[in-house]
Design a protein around this ligand. Structure first.
Ligand SMILES: [Zn+2]
Length: 307
């Protein structure tokens, strides 16, 4: 015996809850490795600057060594000249040695100044080096911890997805496969809302005013009707505004003709290209047929369930 339409709608509403939870979990699962990606990028940047700073460190260290050696030489030169002073007998000799001492002293002063400068630079570099080393080890620890968390959380999510799958199978075994497939695609592309009530003549999914013949189809509740604007499945739900809607339906509301309906439906279905996850879990015969098919095809737009 085929399902009654109110049973189909009820099942679809329950299915929607499970399905949107599963879709959400699958997205989470997919996004999880990306949360670590940023830290990995930061780590590789830090490692790059670590090697640059290490290079600067070595250069500065070498140049300090050179300067200190030059200073020692200048000092020795001056001391030797000072010793020569004792044995000096002529003014000319005195002038020459004196000039040597003066030049050596000047060089010493210049070198001392440069050494101080280089020592300051070296201290800066050393400081930066320590900071980067700290940051690298902190990031490495964070990444390791996060990776462990991801592994654990992924396991939990996968388990929940498994549970949802079996709930879905129990709930929907009487539903038409075609309908299930389309419904899942609607849920995926419409952020979890695949079946919505109409209030008066308005689709509560996209808040568009629906043509009168659509509203009547929905109210008859003997077939699956998709919103021509947002493709969601529509069902009738009584509201306080219904009586005034009767007048609207009987009166002035401009109906869409068939051509317009087809246009709206095409542009709606083209934006939906996400088939991958549904595809993997469907039967292969179904899969082949559906890939190039628009989301809502003409003969399914208004489809009776008991065919
Ligand atoms: Zn709609």
């Amino acid at each position: 015996m085929p399902m009654r339409m109110d049973e189909v709608f009820g099942t679809l509403r329950q299915y929607q809850e499970i399905l949107s939870r599963r879709v959400e979990l699958e997205k989470q699962l997919e996004a999880m490795p990306k949360t670590i990606e940023i830290q990995n990028q930061m780590l590789s940047r830090e490692k790059k600057s670590l090697s640059e700073v290490k290079e600067q460190y070595e250069k500065s260290e070498a140049s300090l060594k050179e300067l200190r050696q030059a200073l020692a030489e200048a000092e020795m030169k001056r001391e030797n000249a000072e010793k020569q002073m004792d044995g000096i007998t002529t003014q000319r000799e005195y002038d020459s040695v004196n000039k040597e001492i003066r030049e050596a002293s000047e060089k010493e002063q210049e070198l001392r100044r440069r050494i101080q400068e280089e020592e300051r630079r070296f201290a800066d570099i050393d400081d930066r080096l320590h900071r980067i080393e700290m940051s690298v080890s902190t990031l490495e620890a964070e990444i390791a911890q996060k990776r462990a968390e991801i592994d654990e959380h992924s396991k939990e999510i996968s388990d929940e997805i498994e549970t949802l799958w079996s709930k879905e199978n129990d709930l929907t075994h009487e539903l038409d496969e075609d309908l299930k497939f389309k419904f899942e695609r609607i849920i995926r592309s419409k952020s979890g809302m695949g079946i919505v009530p109409i209030h008066g003549v308005v689709c509560t999914g996209c808040h568009m005013m629906l043509p009168a013949n659509f509203v009547n189809e929905v109210r008859q509740a003997d077939k699956i009707v998709f919103c021509p604007y947002c493709s969601r499945i529509l069902y009738y739900e009584e509201t306080e505004t219904d009586e005034s809607m009767e007048e609207i339906l009987a009166g002035s509301l401009v109906d869409l003709n068939n051509d317009e309906i087809e246009e709206g439906e095409d542009s709606e279905s083209n934006d939906d290209t996400d088939e991958t996850s549904g595809k993997a879990k469907r039967g292969s015969a179904r899969k082949k047929r559906v890939q190039s098919e628009p989301l809502i095809d003409n003969d399914f737009l208004i489809d009776t369930m008991d065919e």
